[in-house]
Unconditional design. Structure first.
Ligand code: AMP
Length: 486
């Protein structure tokens, strides 16, 4: 018999599964080195998910799969890639918070249907996956993972439509929320975005083959040319080298591209909707400097998330930019602590102040966002102990007051510092002299230049698609994955 606190914990794990999934997807159709190209594509998308990854290749009859926990470079070696034959492949990188990060949830999700094998790589979160799942479970369906993609596959398997392509469209017309998908059937690569267009997905060409990727930085790495971005609600089917476009879904009233992709999540060298992320972040920094000027000697970024906005701030304010803190890029989740305690040990593992640069200086510390407030609390202390005379924190986005339900990893509302504290309180908690966030109006004004609609629910609390899953209690999984011992 399970204790009720254990049951509650499992329930929370399941909820986390549903709401926190950051991912990157990639697909290639008709290339002699499909698996290898996919490996490289995932390499470039690694920032979108570091917990698990997978590649599924196809020779037109069978699908070959390898999925594992870990980084792309650690999971895939030459020998493994050699075992993934065929001219077609899709891949996935996934991040999810502890507890939800089990191998059985790693993607691409694979299923054998009466119409052949199907593999799905999904970026985004559905807001009614739990509701559909319960409905299907009530009718006898058995689910083996906690990923939203399984709901899509179960719907697809039950669809009365004829081809896999029609069945997929039928299944997708029942789900709500965010999906940028690449799907591989025995003879086609299908790429699609939900009608709101929450998450990115771009098309490229390489040696005559078609490529789909979450971000254009993946196209750059493999030397593919950028073709175009998929439109919201568009379904693209590539078969025998030919591309067909379908628009089967009712269009959303407005596009809702995730503004946080521009602010934090995407790589700065990517273009989202043909806008360069780096340039946009710099614009945010400039807008921030205009809204919250400060008399200071140095602008210092929080590495690496604040780099570009800090540059924009420094240029606009005419204050020198200095990387007065260094970040260790090789930090893993766990490390062996010293037996005797060293002051601020935990912080210094990741960041350290550059001696001498800070002494007696008034510093503007710039980051893209504050979530729980832990990073800045540590860094402000570090700058002060490094000799900074004043520390002024500037954030290139508005206060994060709501969790994302469409595919960005954010904690619950209660854990978001700006949802439960006033700006004055946050200032005191992180110990800064002054604090300035870019205003919502300032963000929206800067985003006008993007020329498309966007979702800023995490800052505005205006959610474009209602969250249906929150109101239901998902069925508990009573299986706990036991980790392999190394
Ligand atoms: P916190 O310490 O909880 O306030 O987190 C703030 C830091 O996390 C900032 O440096 C952000 O750049 C970074 N950040 C913001 N959103 C995310 C996210 N979804 N996943 C990982 N890091 C994030």
């Amino acid at each position: 018999m399970m204790r009720s606190d254990e049951a509650v914990e499992l329930l929370r794990e399941r909820e986390r599964d549903h709401f926190r999934d950051e991912c990157g997807v990639f697909g290639v159709h008709g290339h002699g080195e499909a698996a290898n190209i996919t490996y490289l594509g995932l390499y470039a998308l690694q920032h979108r998910g570091q917990e698990s990854c997978g590649i599924v290749s196809s020779n037109g009859r069978e699908h070959y799969v390898h999925r594992a926990m870990g980084l792309v470079a650690d999971v895939f070696g030459e020998k493994t890639l050699d075992k993934l034959p065929g001219r077609h492949a899709i891949g996935h990188v996934r991040y999810s918070t502890a507890g939800a990060s089990q191998l059985r949830n790693a993607q691409p999700f694979c299923a054998t249907t009466d119409a052949g094998p199907v593999a799905i790589a999904h970026n985004g979160n559905l807001v009614n996956a739990g509701v559909i799942r319960r409905e299907l479970e009530g009718r006898g369906a058995i689910f083996s993972t906690a990923v939203d993609s399984e709901v899509i596959v179960q719907l697809l398997a039950r669809s009365r439509e004829h081809s896999l392509e029609e069945r997929l469209i039928d299944a997708l017309s029942r789900v709500k929320g965010a999906f940028s998908l690449v799907v591989m059937t025995p003879d086609a690569l299908i790429a699609t975005r939900d009608p709101h267009g929450f998450r990115p997905l771009s098309l490229g060409r390489l040696d005559g083959a078609w490529v789909a990727a979450s971000e254009t930085c993946a196209l750059d790495l493999i030397g593919a040319s950028f073709e175009r971005d998929l439109d919201p609600g568009e379904v693209v089917v590539v078969r025998r080298g030919r591309l067909r476009t379908l628009r089967p879904f009712t269009p959303a009233p407005r596009e809702r591209f995730c503004i946080f992709e521009y602010i934090y999540f995407a790589r700065p060298d990517s273009n989202l909707n043909r806008t360069n992320v780096y340039s946009f972040r710099k614009e945010l920094g400039r807008a921030l400097a205009r809204e919250h000027p400060v008399d200071a000697d140095l602008v210092v970024p929080v590495l690496d998330s604040g780099n570009t906005a800090a540059l924009g701030y420094a240029e606009e304010a005419g204050i020198p930019y200095e990387q007065a803190m260094i970040r260790n890029h090789y930090v893993r989740r766990t490390f062996i602590e010293p037996a005797q305690s060293i002051r601020h040990f935990g912080v210094k593992v990741k960041h350290n102040a550059v001696q001498g640069v800070l002494v007696g200086k008034r510093v503007v510390l710039v980051d893209d966002s504050i979530v729980r407030g832990t990073t800045l609390t540590k860094l402000v202390t570090m700058l002060r102990s490094g000799g900074a005379q004043e520390v002024h924190v500037r954030i290139s986005s508005p206060p994060t007051i709501g969790p994302c339900h469409y595919g960005i990893d954010t904690p619950t509302r209660e854990e978001l510092i700006a949802a439960v504290h006033t700006e004055q309180e946050i200032r005191n908690i992180i110990g800064t002299d002054t604090l300035g966030y870019l205003s919502l109006e300032g963000l929206r004004r800067t985003a006008e230049g993007l020329k498309h609609g966007f979702c800023d629910a995490c800052f505005s609390d205006e959610y474009p698609v209602a969250i249906e899953d929150e109101k239901t209690t998902p069925q508990l999984s009573l299986f706990r994955e036991v980790e392999e011992e190394h």
